[in-house]
Design a protein around this ligand. Structure first.
Ligand SMILES: Cc1cc2nc3c(=O)[nH]c(=O)nc-3n(C[C@H](O)[C@H](O)[C@H](O)COP(=O)(O)OP(=O)(O)OC[C@H]3O[C@@H](n4cnc5c(N)ncnc54)[C@H](O)[C@@H]3O)c2cc1C
Length: 312
């Protein structure tokens, strides 16, 4: 897989503006610059990537890219794809679990359909002694995803975890509401831009919320996946996990982001899991990653302008 390395360069307001309108950028340009964030189009690509991660002492969570699902058949096909992922994890002796997106499994088509699909994935995972993390999507899915998580746990599924987003004002309440389940939680900032009425807008406010939620999760004796590349937050987490058993928490990062920092955390004895997406539907995931990478903005801007000028 091609790895593109970020070239440090000044980020201008114009660069940032261009990154925000990335959907207008030609797909081949997006693909070129996002290849570092994705294992590749096939399951074999994911297996090869996870092998490399495991060899470096990192665990993985494999995501089958499946956004823009429009029909029930596609959701069922995704369940089959996840079965194949579990088979491949076992066959190759990989240290990996999976991450799923409820909307890709039908959440916006029908709650019941989604629940059926998620339960099938959970059963397939359980048959392999494996674990399933439900990613958290935009706020249109938050309440249903948390309802689904509770229902799954209450109906006896143990191999499932959830994600909470520090950006949302509701999250500390959600931690408290879930505490009786002692959930396995990935805490992250939250990638989706949400209105001020429901989400903190200020960078420092999101960080402060992250720390409050992390404290509440640890207080509730939850297993926490600390998912961030933010050095300040990593520092806050390190202070809090000092003295804890290694098996009680993990750090999590995205494929292609801050790899050397991940190596350092592993060398220091922490468990670290890398989010490893693969599949043909790479476009939406890539846009989100590129929008978060300010250093990439200028490079994309130049490539795009170059292309457009070339066309003219
Ligand atoms: C394992 C994992 C799972 C996640 N799951 C979800 C989820 O289910 N739902 C959800 O809403 N969000 C999820 N996210 C995304 C998360 O919410 C943030 O959007 C993302 O991690 C960026 O926030 P940050 O904490 O890294 O801080 P930031 O302030 O965004 O980043 C800190 C620094 O990390 C580096 N960095 C960050 N992103 C990039 C990038 N793309 N390319 C290059 N450098 C970068 C930069 O140096 C940046 O200054 C997940 C993140 C991780 C790591």
């Amino acid at each position: 897989m091609t790895r593109l390395h970020t070239i440090a360069q000044p980020v201008t307001l114009l660069d940032r503006a261009i990154v925000r309108v990335l959907p207008a950028v030609p797909r081949p340009v997006v693909q070129l610059f996002s290849s570092r964030y994705i294992a590749g189009p096939t399951l074999d690509d994911a297996v090869a990537t996870v092998r490399v991660l495991n060899a470096a002492g990192k665990m993985a969570t494999i995501d089958v890219l499946g956004e823009e699902i429009s029909g029930e058949d596609e959701t069922r096909a995704l369940v089959v794809a996840y079965r194949e992922v579990f088979d491949a994890i076992e066959a190759n002796g990989l240290d990996a679990n999976v991450s799923i997106k409820p909307t890709a499994l039908g959440l916006h088509l029908s709650y019941e359909l989604c629940r059926e699909n998620v339960e099938e994935v959970l059963r397939a995972g359980a048959a392999h002694g494996n674990f399933v993390r439900m990613d958290m999507e935009d706020s249109s899915a938050t309440a249903d995803t948390l309802r689904l998580y509770r229902e799954l746990r209450e109906s006896g599924h143990e191999n499932v975890g959830v994600v909470l987003q520090a950006r949302l004002r509701r999250t500390l309440d959600d931690v408290r509401a879930l505490a009786d389940l002692r959930p396995s939680v990935r805490i992250c900032k939250g990638i989706y831009l949400e209105p001020a009425s429901i989400a903190f807008q200020d960078y420092e406010a999101v960080r402060a919320s992250f720390v409050r939620c992390l404290d509440a999760l640890l207080e509730a004796d939850c297993y926490v996946g600390v998912a961030t590349h933010d050095e300040w937050l990593i520092g806050q987490a390190l202070e809090r996990v000092a003295g804890m058993e290694r098996e009680q928490y993990e750090f999590q990062m995205l494929l292609g982001v801050r790899e050397s920092r991940a190596d350092e955390l592993v060398a220091a004895g922490h468990r670290l899991r890398v989010y490893t997406p693969f599949g043909e539907r790479w476009y939406e995931y890539s846009l989100r990653r590129l929008q978060e990478n300010p250093a990439m903005a200028g490079t994309i801007a130049k490539a795009t302008v170059g292309r457009l000028l070339g066309r003219g």
